[in-house]
Design a protein around this ligand. Sequence first.
Ligand code: UFG
Length: 343
Amino acid sequence: MNKKIIVTGGLGYIGSHTTIELIQNNFQVVVFDDLSNSSQKTIARIETITGEKIIFEKVDLKNEIRTGQEFSKHKDALAVIHFAAHKAVNESVKNPLNYYQNNLFAILNTLKWQYELGIKNFIFSSSAAVYGSPESLPISENNKIQRPLSPYGNTKKISEEIIEDFTKINSDFSAISLRYFNPIGAHDSGKIGELPKGIPNNLMPYITQTASGVREKLKVFGNDYPTKDGTPVRDYIHVVDLAKAHIKALTRLIENKQEKPLEIYNLGTGNGFSVLEVIKSFERISGLKLNYEIVTRREGDVPELFATTDLAFKKLGWKAELGLDEMVKSAWKWEQNYRNHNI
Ligand code: UFG
């Protein structure tokens, strides 16, 4: 059986962890990546961890002709897992056209070429951002979709609409959209992890970079929210658990088990942790005192987000297995390896 899978953005944070899981489940992986927010060194790290080679094609998916050429080389693939996208929320607010152009051209060209060349299965990397400021908690897949708070989030909402329209008229095309909550953590080998370019926007890399001395102090954005300790609550999910969910979704598509042309699943743990709880977990695990201060709220933050996870369990047979401490421990191991050995 041919088990070739194209992974766009396969050298990025979630893409690289998923590539490892794919290889460990006997898939052959072809990575398409433009290296705009990833490093070519990740290829060697993945190969060291798995003991297998990956095929790498440097391609900018905004370029329709080049994208077509690359897909033509790999038209024997069974499916595409589409991660390639810009993902920094505040950057997208400052430069919306760049985000719409990058994220939307990439999905349009991917869908067009894969379909034309006969690759009929598609997994999309979506986000809890499509729920906007949620009306009720926990957030189920049936929660109302609302205008996301950032252009980044809106590219995810629009992308899902594009996929929905596309699957409606192409009955031989199947898609699954996975809505991630807050992915953190790293591979337990300590060889790959999140490596944001420049100053991190997200909590976990900011914590680990502060502890390793790259950043002076973590700013905690607000402690006057209506939550358990006043700081915002999020559904943090280990990136390796998240990667495993993609294998389950892929298997469902390949085995033709999907019940609708487009299926949508939340990927979270169902547990909400506050910013202070994440900091406490980090201090306990690292044995360090984190330098942080409470400052005013960050624009666009909602008080609380956490998922219902029943649907993914029922239909994909997947649930998150790793807890907050394991997420924090692996993120810290990666940060230390990266800083000390420049791997
Ligand atoms: N936070 C801080 N200080 C920081 C960074 C973050 O206090 O330096 C706080 C935020 O205020 C928030 C929490 O930590 O309360 C988590 O913030 P992140 O930036 O890590 O994550 P978000 O929940 O804001 O964003 C995540 C994804 C986005 C996605 C969004 C959808 O990173 O891609 O969820 O809900 F759009």
